[in-house]
Design a protein around this ligand. Structure first.
Ligand code: ADP
Length: 485
């Protein structure tokens, strides 16, 4: 596969600065590993402060041209990019599976999902409307214009190597911004392949730059630069807070998509089959490594036994293995550190009285594979219910009343996604409104789409991605007052 990717030109290993594939200035490289096998896929440039500064300058220079193109022009180039991403769906999917580990079917699904943001924002580019405000004085005319913020720094994680980039770069380019992308050092290859396709699609040199390597050095260069007007970040809450603090000195706009602690609440009146299917989908997607994955499954006492039995049976049927193998739905975790975290959370829960219903240890395949796991009688005070486990472990908590479920669900600093399963319309509304979360799935475990706003309450983040609201974060509002008319 690697050889085929190389000959297709999609296996890039250098950074992209001002439209040129560029080595690290000191020649340093870093290996990218396949988490399923430990094999080295490629060595890529390991960049730092100097390369980042040059990438910022390129983006800054390109802004004056890109922002002045007509919306139609930007739109059609984004559309070309969308078409190319879909045309290379298979290869991009393979690249995602190789460096990230998720099953190929899911990886190809991610390409479609990521591309959908480029298509959506290619269309939105043409709909950046202003306003005319009725004046309070008869000789004045008041207008509102929306203009691109300028150079955007996009820092992205490894769990969706393509989609997290597309969700940021799509609206940024549509608005007329230029970008410097810093993909995760664990999954830079997909980002570079997407950048290659962007070049082919007619997005001019400098409009989209990619630097990768030393996260702290690159991050600092991006936050400190007065030319960077916006930081958009998806990743851990801890790093998000650092970037927000770093952005304060130059007063940048900040969008953050941080950790969640999603409750998935199953009420007695739920349709059991729908609840099982939905909980399974939201918990075990990407082996539990998404920020909207259910982190706590709250089950009402009347349905608890039935649910845990049927749910455990369904989890037992999940096939673990290399994402390139047929029928596999659970790939490896991203690395050893991720497995250690899962192990420590499970150990903590069991030592405090939770019951292992299924799994609970490393998978016999070795590497960073972990058995799909279900733990019952979890309490909200346990580590596993307080922090994101980011792995294939489903902690199940028991509750009595709706009030209690809402109290437990909201008892966290996170507030990204929540899920409820019930057949009562009244309860659906009541609980949806009471949940302190940016996204609520009712009788549905997979809710992400390019047409709807994605983002969190509380410490899960700032701003929204996707949908018409996803444009706002990349635009400045300008008020023009014409006097003495
Ligand atoms: P995760 O837990 O998903 O790995 P991280 O927040 O560690 O989350 O990583 C998300 C992205 O943030 C990655 O691209 C990573 O390289 C980057 N990153 C990590 N630390 C810093 C930092 N101090 N400054 C800027 N970016 C960082």
């Amino acid at each position: 596969i690697v050889d085929r990717l190389k000959s297709s030109g999609l296996l890039q290993t250098k950074g992209l600065i001002g439209g040129k594939w560029t080595d690290a200035y000191d020649g340093k490289t870093i290996e990218v590993n396949n988490p399923a096998s430990g094999d080295v896929i490629a060595s890529v440039a390991c960049m730092g402060e100097r390369e980042t500064k040059d990438a910022i300058s390129s983006a800054y220079d390109a802004f004056s041209h890109w922002s002045k193109l007509t919306a139609n022009d930007r739109s059609s180039r984004l559309r070309n990019w969308y078409n190319l991403l879909l045309q290379h769906k298979e290869e991009l999917g393979q690249l995602i599976t190789l460096e990230q580990g998720k099953p190929l079917k899911e990886a190809i699904g991610e390409v479609g999902y990521g591309a959908s943001f480029i298509e959506f924002f290619a269309e939105e580019a043409k709909r950046i409307y202003g306003d005319i405000i009725p004046s309070t004085l008869s000789d004045r005319r008041l207008f509102v214009l929306k203009q691109p913020v300028g150079v955007v720094a996009a820092i992205t994680p490894w769990n969706f190597p393509l989609a997290m980039i597309a969700r940021k770069v799509g609206p940024a380019l549509a608005c007329g911004c230029t970008v410097v992308i810093k993909p995760s050092e664990l999954t830079p290859l997909t980002a570079l392949a997407a950048a290659e396709l962007a070049l082919q699609s007619g997005i001019p040199p400098g409009v989209l730059n990619v630097v990768m390597g030393d996260a702290i050095k690159i991050g600092t260069a991006l936050t400190e630069s007065p030319q960077v007007r916006k930081i958009t970040f998806t990743g851990s809450t801890a790093v998000g807070k650092k970037l927000m603090a770093g952005a304060a000195d130059t007063v940048k706009k900040v969008s953050l998509e941080l950790g969640g602690n999603a409750p998935c609440i199953v009420f007695d009146d739920a349709d059991l089959e729908v609840a099982i299917k939905g909980s399974l989908a939201t918990k075990f997607r990407n082996s539990g490594q998404t920020c909207v994955c259910a982190n706590r499954i709250l089950v009402q006492e009347g349905i608890y036994e039935k649910f845990t039995k049927a749910f455990s049976d369904a989890v037992q049927n999940l096939k673990v293995g290399n994402g390139l193998s047929e029928g596999v739905s659970q790939g490896p975790l991203i690395n050893e550190a991720a497995v250690k975290k899962v192990e420590s959370f499970v150990e903590d829960a069991v030592s405090k009285g939770a019951k292992l219903l299924l799994g609970g240890k490393r998978h016999s395949l070795g590497m960073s594979f972990y058995e799909p796991t279900v733990i019952g009688d979890v309490k909200n005070e346990m580590l596993i219910a307080q922090q994101e486990v980011f792995g294939p472990v489903a902690p199940v908590l028991r509750f009595k009343t709706e009030e209690e479920a809402i109290q437990i669900a909201n008892d966290t600093n996170a507030g990204l996604a929540a899920y409820i399963f019930t057949n009562s319309i009244k309860r659906s509304w009541r609980v949806s409104e009471a949940l302190e979360y940016g996204i609520v799935g009712v009788n549905e475990g997979l809710v992400s789409t390019e047409v709807a706003p994605f983002g969190g309450f509380k410490q899960s983040g700032l701003g929204r991605e996707g949908s018409k609201y996803g444009m706002d974060d990349y635009l400045e509002i300008k008020y023009i007052c014409m006097g003495n008319m």
